[in-house]
Design a protein. Structure first.
Lengths: 744, 360, 341
C-alpha cells in the first residue's frame, strides 16, 4: 500500500461505483477516513489507485492526537492500514464472487430443488394435466368468498360460493410432483401458503396430553386459516392451508379429527347462515370455513400396520374431494390397453431440459432408461442424473460400477469374434473377479439381474426357435437360485452367478433383439402386482375386521379372498327388476331386506366416488373389495369393462333400495322408541345427534350428499343401536345410563 | 347372523346333523367334565370349528357366545412390536399363530403362561367345580413352527391342571409326534354330498327358496360336489344362487356359481393344452401376476391348475401320471422357495412339454 | 383335599402313573439295565448317552436310576432335568446348566445314606438332546469336562447322529432297542387289569401293532380309548375301530382297496379314490406309513419292485417334510407306484 498526499477524486469514481454496492466498503471508508489526516491513495491489487478524500477532523480528536504524538512507528495506524487492506481485498473477492454467484450456488444445490418448477409452465405434466386442472378449478371455486369476486350460482358451488367439499385430498405415489403442483397452483391463484407437514410445527405440539394436543392443533389450523399472511412479501394475500404428508404424520389421527370437526362446525354455521339466524354467540362457535384446505397424501387406502386403530384416511375421504396423481408409466393397465406414452414423454422432456441446462449430453433413449429404472419417480430421476452425471459425461451410464441392467444386457449378448468357450470364460471372469462381482456378490442387486433376465428370456426364445426346452431348463436353474438365495448365508452367495452364466449359455445371441416385448409392461408387472397385493391384503383384513365375530371365527385366512369375498360380492348383485320399491315382488323385497341386514352386519358403507380420468361417478362398497374379486384378464369369464359396467348398473338399482330400507328400519326403530315410556336422557341425546345428522342433510336437497352422509352416518349410529337393543332394552326394564352401555 | 352360513350354524351338539358318532363322543367328553387336549383335523368346511363351539356351549353354557376380539401386542426380543388378535370369551380364548410369524413359540408360551397363572375366579360360585380350566383354541396348528410345537408339548403337561388346548388343523402330517401322542385325535371328514343335500333342503324350506321343478336331490348333489364337499362353500354358493335369480333353475345344464379365479385357472389349463408355445407362457405370466395380486396363494393356483389339467386329460393315463409328477416337483419348489412366479411359470412350461409328448 | 388328590390322580396320564418305579421294572432292556445295576453297586457313574426310538424307556430308566441312587429326599437337590421345551439356547447352557454343575453337592442325611448309595455327584439329565443347537452342544463340552468331579451328565436322544461327535465321545452310550411285543403286551395287560378295562386280547394286540413298539404311544392310546368308552355309557367295550379312530389309523379295508386300485392301474379311479381319502381328512403321513407296511411286508411282492417303491416312498416323504401339499404328493406317489407295478 502506498500513501500519497495527492487527492484524486476522479480516479476513485470507477472504484466507488463498483464498490458502493456493498455496505461494508462504505463502512470501511468511513471508519478509516477520520483517523488519517492526509488524503490517502490506496493502490488496489488490480493496479488501480484509490484515493480517499480527506475529511474534516472528527470528534475523536484524542485519538488522532495520539497518533501524531507518536513519532516512531505508529502501530495502530499500521494495524488500521492493514485492516483496510484486508477489507479491500475481501471486497474484491466479493465483487468477483458476485459475478459468479450464479454458477457456484447452482452447483452446490441439489438439482431437485434447483429444478423445482417455479411456475405453471415449468410444471412437468407427467400425465397429470387433468389433475392439475382439477386442482386449479377447485381452488378457483373459492374465489368468490376469498377474493370477493362475483360468484355465479351453479351446481358446483354452494350458496356462499364455495365448493361442496371444503377439503381437497391430493394423493398419489411419491416423487411425481404433488407438492410442487399444489404450491405452484395456489401461488399462481394468489394465495399465500401455510404449510403444515411432518417436519414443522405439528410434532412440536405437546404430546403428553391428548386433549390439549388436539385443541392446540385445532388452534394452529384455525390460525393458519384465518390469518392473512403479514409477511413483507405477501401482503394481504389470503392464506391457503396445505397439509403435506397427512397420511404419515405422527398425529394424523388428530389432524383428521380436527379437520372433521372443522367441517362439521362449518356445516352448522353454513346451515345457520342459510336460515338467516342471527345468533351471535352460536355463530361464533361455529366457524365458517372460508379458506381452502389441501391435504397431500401418498396413500389414502393403505395404512401403516404399525399404527393402531382405524385408518384416519377413512374418515377424511368422505369429507374431501379426491384427486389422484398417477405415475407416468408406459401403460396403466396390465393388458396394455391404455397407453399413456405422453406422460413418459413429458417426463423425458423435463429431464431433457435439465440435461441441456447442465450440458450432460444424454440422449433421449438414455433418459428413457433412467425413467424406467426410477419407476417414473421424477424426483428419483433427477437425483439419479445428478448423482451419476460424472459417469454420464464419460458417455455411458454408470460404467464405473457395472449396473444390474447392463449385466442383464450382457447375459443376452454374445461376441461373434470369440468362440463360445472364450466368451464364456470372459463372462465367468467378469463375475468372479471383475466388475460384476460387486453386483453378483450382493444378493439384492443380483436378484434384480435374475429378475431382469427372467423378464427378457421369453422374447429371446420367441425369436430364436420358440421351443419349450430352454424355458424348462431355466425353471430348474431358477429353482436352484431361489433355494440358494433363501439360505441367506454369505459363503453361498459366490454360487449365485452360476445361474446367470446358465442364462447366458441358454439364451445369449449375437444380435439381441430389443424390439417389442411379448409381455407388455413386463418390467413393472411384478412391482404392480406386489403393490396391488398389498392393497388387497389390507382391504381383506379390513373387511374381516368389520365382520361379526361369529362369522370371523369360521373363516380361515385363505378362505376370505378365495371364497368368502367372491361369493359375498356376487350376492351384492342380485337380480332386481326395478328401482322403485313398490314395483318389487315379494321375493325381491326379501332379497333387499337380506342385503340390508348384510350391510349392517358387515359394517359396510356404500360410497360414491368420482373418477378423475373419466369423470364418471361410480358406486363403491367400503371396504372396497372389488379389486380383490374382479379380474382384469383376457381369461376372465367376462371382460373387465363390461363386468364393471354390469356391476355399476346393478348397484345403481340396488344401492338406493338398500339405503331406503336402512332408512325405513331407522324410522321403525325411532317410532318404536318414542312409544316407550321409559326413556333415558342419554338416549334422547343420541337421537338428537341422529336427527341432526339426518334432517339437515335431508333438506339440503342434494341427492348425492344425502346419500353419502346418511349411509355412513346411519351405519354408525345403527350399529350402536343394535348392540343396545340386544343387550339391554328388551331384557331389563330399568333406567340405563349411557355409561352403563359403554361399561358393558 | 344374516348369512345363511351363520344363521344355520348349529349352536349346540344336539343341532349337529352329521357325523353322529363324533357328536356322541364329544357329548361324552363334555359330560365327563374333563377332557384331554384335543386335536381336531379335517378338510376345510367340514365343521371343525362348529363342533368345537358346540362342545364348549355344552360345557359352559351360552356365555361362550359372548365373544370379543382383543388386539394384543407383544414385544419380541429384537424389540419389534407384534400385534395379533385374540378372540375370547370368559371361558376360552382363540389364537391364530400365523399372525405371529417366526415368533410363535415365544408368543404362545407367554400367552399360555399368562392364561394358566390367572385362575378362574368366577367359577367358585358355580355349583360344580369341574371346569377349573380354561380352553385355548389354536387355529391352523399345522402352521406352527417345529420350535413352537416342541415348546407346546412341555406346556401341555406343565399347565394341564388349568388349561385345555384344542388344536385345529387341516392335516396332522405337520404336527410332531409328541403332540399327537399327547392329544386326543378327532378326525372330522367332509360331509358327504348326501348330508350336504339334507342341510340344503332344510334351508330351502325354511327360507322358501323357489326352485324350478326337477330332480332336487341331484341339484343338491351337484352343488355339493362343485364346492368340493365344503359345507361352508356350498351354503355360500347356494345363497348367492338364490340371490341372483328368483327361481333357481335346477336342471343339470344350468350353470352353478363359478368363482372368477377358478374360471380363469380353468381357461389357463385349456390354453396350456391347446397352444403350447412361448407366447402363451408370456400371456399366462400376466395372468399369474393378476391372480397372485388378488390374494390367491401361489400354491392354490398350482394345485387348482394341476387338477384342472388332470381333469382335462383324464382319458390319457400316461399324461396324467407325468403331469402329476411334474406338479409334485413344482409344488415342492414353491414351498421351498420364495419367488412363486418362477415356479408357476416353470410348471406351465414343463406341463406344456409333457402334453406335447403325449398329444400329437 | 383327599378328593382333590383323587381327582388329580385321575387326571394324571397313565404314562406317568405307570412309569417304572425302579430299574427292574423297566421292560425288555435287559442288557442296559444289567450294566446300569452294576454301576450302581460300584457307586460310580460315567457320563451317559441314551439313544433309541421313542417310547422305549430311556427317560424312565434314568429317572428310576436317579431315584435309586439318591432317594426321594436328595433327589431334588441332586438332579436337574431339562427337556426340549425348556429354553435351551446357548445362554441357558452357559448359565443354568453351568450354575447347577458347579454347585457344591449337599451332604446326605444319615437315613438316606443307610437306604441309598448316595454317590458324591449330581446328575444333569438333558432329555431330547438331539434338538439342542450345535452351538449349545459345543458349549456343553467344556462344562462336562470341567465339572466332571461333582457332576454327571445324562443325554437322552432319539438319533445319535444329531449329537456332535466330541460330546458323544465323552459319554458311554446305551442303545435302547425296540420293546419286544411280549413284554409290552404284558405291560398293557397289567395296566388294563388295574384300570378295570373291558378289553379283548386281540384289541391289545392291535394297539401294539399300531404303536409299533412305542410303549408310550400304546399306553396313551389305551387311556384315550378307555376315556372315550367310559363317557358313552351304552357300550364301554374298547373295540378295534375305536383304537383306529383314536390313533388316526386308516382301516385295513381302505388300504387294501387302494392297493387293489394300484395293481389294476386304473388311473381315473385312483384320482377319484385319493380325492375321497383327502376329503375324509385322513392323515396322509399315516396313510403312507400304512401303504409302506402293506406293500413292503407283503412276501408276494417282488424284491425289485419293493426297491423301487422304497425310493418313491422316500421321495414322497421328503417332499411332505418340506411342507408340500398332501393331495398332490399322495396322488403322485400312488400314480408312480401303479406305473411300475
Amino acid at each position: 500500500m502506498s500513501m500519497e498526499d495527492e487527492l484524486d477524486f476522479q480516479s476513485s469514481a470507477l472504484f466507488n461505483s463498483s464498490v458502493e454496492q456493498t455496505e461494508i466498503e462504505t463502512f470501511a471508508l468511513q471508519s478509516f477516513s477520520p483517523s488519517s489526516k492526509p488524503p490517502l491513495k490506496i493502490k488496489l491489487s488490480n493496479g488501480n489507485t484509490l484515493r480517499i478524500p480527506y475529511k474534516e477532523k472528527s470528534n475523536n480528536e484524542i485519538f488522532t492526537d495520539e497518533i501524531y504524538q507518536d513519532t516512531y512507528i505508529n502501530m495502530d495506524l499500521l494495524m488500521k492500514k492493514a485492516e483496510l487492506h484486508n477489507k479491500v481485498k475481501e471486497n474484491d473477492k466479493k465483487i468477483n464472487a458476485m459475478k459468479c454467484t450464479k454458477n457456484e450456488v447452482k452447483s452446490s444445490q441439489i438439482w431437485t430443488e434447483r429444478y423445482r418448477p417455479k411456475n405453471f409452465v415449468q410444471l412437468c405434466s407427467a400425465g397429470n394435466d387433468k389433475q392439475y386442472r382439477s386442482i386449479s378449478l377447485w381452488l378457483k371455486r373459492w374465489s368468490p368468498i376469498v377474493f370477493g369476486e362475483e360468484f355465479v350460482q351453479s351446481d358446483l358451488v354452494d350458496n356462499l360460493g364455495r365448493p361442496h367439499h371444503k377439503i381437497l385430498l391430493v394423493h398419489g405415489p411419491t416423487g411425481i410432483g404433488k407438492t410442487s403442483a399444489v404450491h405452484i397452483i395456489a401461488k399462481q391463484l394468489g394465495y399465500s401458503i401455510q404449510e403444515l407437514n411432518a417436519a414443522n410445527s405439528l410434532d412440536a405440539l405437546p404430546q403428553n396430553d391428548k386433549s390439549s394436543t388436539s385443541s392446540a392443533l385445532k388452534l394452529k389450523i384455525i390460525n393458519a386459516l384465518t390469518s392473512n399472511a403479514i409477511n413483507l412479501k405477501n401482503k394481504n394475500k389470503p392464506s391457503c392451508l396445505i397439509i403435506d404428508e397427512i397420511d404419515s404424520l405422527g398425529n394424523s389421527n388428530e389432524v383428521v379429527k380436527t379437520l372433521t370437526d372443522l367441517i362439521y362446525s362449518d356445516q352448522k354455521a353454513y346451515s345457520k347462515k342459510m336460515r338467516k339466524e342471527q345468533d351471535e354467540k352460536k355463530s361464533k362457535k361455529h366457524l365458517l370455513l372460508n379458506r381452502p384446505i389441501i391435504c397431500i397424501a401418498n396413500d389414502i387406502y393403505n395404512y401403516n400396520s404399525g399404527k393402531l386403530g382405524p385408518n384416519p384416511m377413512d374418515k377424511l375421504r368422505p369429507i374431501s374431494q379426491q384427486i389422484q396423481f398417477k405415475k407416468p408409466m408406459t401403460s396403466t393397465t396390465i393388458s396394455g390397453a391404455k397407453l399413456s406414452g405422453n406422460a413418459v414423454k413429458s417426463v423425458k422432456d423435463h429431464l431433457m431440459y435439465i440435461n441441456k441446462e447442465e450440458k450432460l449430453g444424454l440422449s433421449f433413449q438414455d433418459l428413457g432408461e433412467i425413467v424406467d429404472i426410477c419407476d417414473g419417480d421424477i424426483r428419483a430421476c433427477i437425483n439419479h442424473i445428478q448423482f451419476h452425471r460424472k459417469s454420464i459425461k464419460t458417455n455411458s451410464i454408470m460404467d464405473v460400477q457395472l449396473s444390474w441392467f447392463t449385466m442383464v444386457d450382457q447375459l443376452f449378448k454374445r461376441d461373434p469374434q470369440l468362440s463360445k468357450d472364450e466368451n464364456f470364460m470372459r463372462l465367468l471372469d467378469k463375475y468372479m473377479n471383475g466388475d460384476g462381482k460387486s453386483v453378483s456378490g450382493n444378493s439384492n442387486s443380483f436378484d434384480k439381474v435374475i429378475k431382469g433376465a427372467f423378464n427378457r428370456y421369453l422374447n429371446t426364445v420367441y425369436y430364436q426357435d420358440d421351443s419349450l426346452k430352454n424355458p424348462c431348463e431355466l425353471s430348474d436353474w431358477l429353482h436352484y437360485y431361489d433355494q440358494f438365495s433363501g439360505f441367506n448365508q454369505m459363503d453361498l452367495s459366490q454360487y449365485y452367478p452360476i445361474t446367470s452364466l446358465k442364462i447366458w449359455s441358454l439364451f445369449s445371441e449375437i444380435n439381441p433383439n430389443k424390439t417389442q416385448s411379448l409381455i407388455p409392461n413386463v418390467r413393472n408387472l411384478e412391482y404392480e402386482s406386489n403393490e396391488l397385493l398389498k392393497t388387497n391384503k389390507t382391504i381383506a383384513r379390513h373387511a374381516v375386521q368389520n365382520l361379526p365375530i361369529n362369522t370371523q371365527i369360521a373363516l380361515g385366512n385363505k378362505d376370505i379372498s378365495c371364497e368368502f369375498l367372491p361369493y359375498i360380492s356376487k350376492m351384492f348383485q342380485p337380480s332386481i327388476s326395478s328401482k322403485v320399491k313398490s314395483n318389487l315382488n315379494d321375493i325381491e323385497k326379501k332379497k333387499i331386506e337380506q342385503l340390508t341386514k348384510l350391510v349392517k352386519d358387515f359394517n359396510i358403507s356404500l360410497e360414491h366416488s368420482k373418477d378423475f380420468e373419466t369423470g364418471l361417478i361410480s358406486l363403491k362398497i367400503n371396504p372396497n373389495w372389488d379389486s380383490i374379486v374382479n379380474f382384469e384378464n383376457h381369461l376372465a369369464p367376462v371382460s373387465f369393462t363390461s363386468l364393471s359396467k354390469q356391476i355399476q348398473f346393478n348397484r345403481q338399482i340396488v344401492f338406493p333400495l338398500i339405503t331406503a330400507e336402512l332408512d325405513r328400519l331407522e324410522m321403525i326403530r325411532k317410532s318404536a322408541n318414542a312409544k316407550r315410556p321409559i326413556e333415558d336422557e342419554a338416549e334422547v341425546k343420541v337421537k338428537k345427534v341422529k336427527l341432526n345428522g339426518n334432517s339437515i342433510d335431508f333438506f339440503k336437497g342434494q341427492y348425492q350428499e344425502v346419500q353419502d352422509q346418511t349411509t355412513t352416518e346411519q351405519n354408525k349410529t345403527a350399529r350402536i343401536w343394535v348392540k343396545y337393543n340386544e343387550g339391554y332394552l328388551n331384557a331389563v326394564r330399568k333406567n340405563i345410563g349411557w355409561n352403563d352401555i359403554w361399561l358393558a | 347372523m344374516s348369512l345363511w352360513v351363520d344363521k344355520y350354524r348349529p349352536k349346540t351338539l344336539s343341532q349337529l346333523s352329521y357325523h353322529d358318532s363324533i357328536t356322541q363322543n364329544l357329548r361324552g367328553l363334555s359330560k365327563s367334565g374333563d377332557f384331554p387336549h384335543l386335536l381336531m383335523y379335517g378338510p376345510s368346511g367340514s365343521g371343525k370349528k362348529t363342533r368345537i363351539y358346540c362342545t364348549l356351549n355344552e360345557i359352559f353354557g351360552s356365555s361362550i357366545e359372548k365373544l370379543k376380539i382383543d388386539v394384543k401386542t407383544f414385544v419380541t426380543s429384537s424389540n419389534r412390536k407384534l400385534e395379533f388378535n385374540v378372540l375370547s370369551s370368559p371361558y376360552h380364548l382363540e389364537i391364530t399363530p400365523s399372525d405371529m410369524g417366526n415368533n410363535d413359540r415365544v408368543v404362545i408360551q407367554d400367552l399360555l403362561k399368562d392364561v394358566a397363572s390367572t385362575e378362574q375366579v368366577d367359577f367358585s360360585n358355580q355349583s360344580s367345580k369341574r371346569h377349573r380350566f380354561k380352553i385355548v383354541i389354536i387355529n391352523e396348528a399345522d402352521s406352527l413352527s417345529r420350535d413352537a410345537q416342541a415348546a407346546l408339548r412341555r406346556t401341555m403337561e406343565k399347565y394341564s391342571s388349568n388349561i385345555r388346548l384344542i388344536l385345529v388343523c387341516n392335516s396332522i402330517s405337520n404336527i410332531i409326534a409328541p403332540i399327537k401322542s399327547r392329544t386326543l385325535l378327532i378326525r372330522i371328514p367332509s360331509p358327504t354330498p348326501n348330508e350336504i343335500g339334507k342341510i340344503l333342503h332344510n334351508i330351502t324350506e325354511r327360507e322358501q327358496v323357489q326352485l324350478s321343478s326337477g330332480d332336487v336331490d341331484k341339484f343338491y348333489e351337484r352343488l355339493a360336489l362343485a364346492s368340493n364337499r365344503n359345507l361352508r362353500r356350498a351354503l355360500l354358493s347356494y345363497e348367492t344362487l338364490a340371490m341372483q335369480s328368483e327361481t333357481i333353475n335346477i336342471s343339470s345344464n344350468q350353470q352353478l356359481i363359478n368363482l372368477d379365479w377358478e374360471t380363469i385357472i380353468k381357461s389357463m389349463a385349456k390354453d396350456i393344452t391347446t397352444s403350447r408355445n412361448v407366447s402363451t407362457i408370456a400371456k399366462l405370466r400376466t395372468t399369474i401376476y393378476e391372480l397372485l395380486s388378488h390374494c390367491i396363494p401361489a400354491r392354490i393356483i398350482l394345485k387348482t391348475l394341476l387338477f384342472d389339467l388332470v381333469d382335462l386329460h383324464h382319458e390319457n393315463n400316461k399324461l396324467v401320471e407325468e403331469v402329476v409328477s411334474t406338479g409334485s416337483i413344482f409344488d415342492e419348489r414353491l414351498s421351498l422357495g420364495t419367488k412363486s412366479i418362477f415356479h408357476l411359470e416353470g410348471f406351465i412350461a414343463r406341463s406344456m412339454v409333457v402334453i406335447d409328448k403325449y398329444i400329437r | 383335599m383327599d378328593s382333590y388328590h383323587q381327582e388329580k390322580l385321575h387326571h394324571t396320564p397313565w404314562i406317568e402313573k405307570y412309569r417304572p418305579k425302579n430299574l427292574s421294572d423297566v421292560s425288555s432292556q435287559d442288557q442296559s439295565i444289567a450294566i446300569l445295576k452294576q454301576t450302581i453297586k460300584s457307586g460310580n457313574l460315567p457320563h451317559m448317552l441314551f439313544y433309541g426310538p421313542p417310547g422305549t424307556g430311556k427317560t424312565s430308566t434314568i429317572l428310576a436310576l436317579a431315584k435309586e441312587l439318591f432317594g426321594p429326599n436328595l433327589y431334588k437337590s441332586r438332579v436337574l432335568e431339562l427337556n426340549a421345551s425348556d429354553e435351551r439356547g446357548i445362554s441357558i447352557v452357559r448359565e443354568k446348566i453351568k450354575n447347577f454343575a458347579r454347585l457344591q453337592i449337599s451332604n446326605p442325611t444319615v437315613q438316606d445314606l443307610e437306604s441309598y448309595p448316595c454317590p458324591p455327584f449330581k446328575i444333569i439329565i438333558l432329555d431330547e438332546a438331539d434338538s439342542m443347537t450345535n452351538d449349545a452342544q459345543s458349549a456343553l463340552r467344556r462344562i462336562i469336562e470341567n465339572y466332571s468331579n461333582i457332576t454327571r451328565f445324562v443325554l437322552i436322544c432319539n438319533y445319535i447322529t444329531r449329537i456332535i461327535d466330541p460330546l458323544a465321545s465323552r459319554c458311554s452310550k446305551f442303545r435302547f432297542k425296540l420293546l419286544n411285543s411280549e413284554n409290552s403286551l404284558n405291560r398293557l395287560r397289567y395296566i388294563s387289569d388295574v384300570e378295570n378295562l373291558n378289553i379283548e386280547e386281540d384289541v391289545l394286540m392291535k394297539i401294539l401293532s399300531i404303536s409299533q413298539g412305542d410303549l408310550r404311544k400304546a399306553i396313551t392310546y389305551l387311556q384315550s380309548s378307555s376315556k372315550l368308552s367310559n363317557m358313552n355309557d351304552d357300550d364301554d367295550k374298547i373295540t378295534i375301530e375305536k383304537i383306529e379312530e383314536i390313533a388316526g389309523v386308516l382301516p385295513d379295508k381302505t388300504i387294501d382297496g387302494l392297493v387293489d386300485l394300484i395293481m389294476k392301474k386304473r388311473v381315473n379311479d385312483i384320482v377319484g379314490f385319493i380325492n375321497d381319502l383327502v376329503l375324509e381328512g385322513w392323515s396322509i403321513q399315516q396313510l403312507i406309513d400304512q401303504l409302506h407296511d402293506n406293500l413292503l411286508l407283503d412276501d408276494k411282492v417282488d424284491t425289485r419292485f419293493k426297491n423301487q417303491i422304497s425310493l418313491l416312498l422316500l421321495d414322497c416323504d421328503k417332499k411332505l417334510n418340506n411342507g408340500t401339499d398332501e393331495h398332490i404328493q399322495l396322488l403322485n406317489l400312488v400314480l408312480q407306484i401303479s406305473k411300475i407295478v
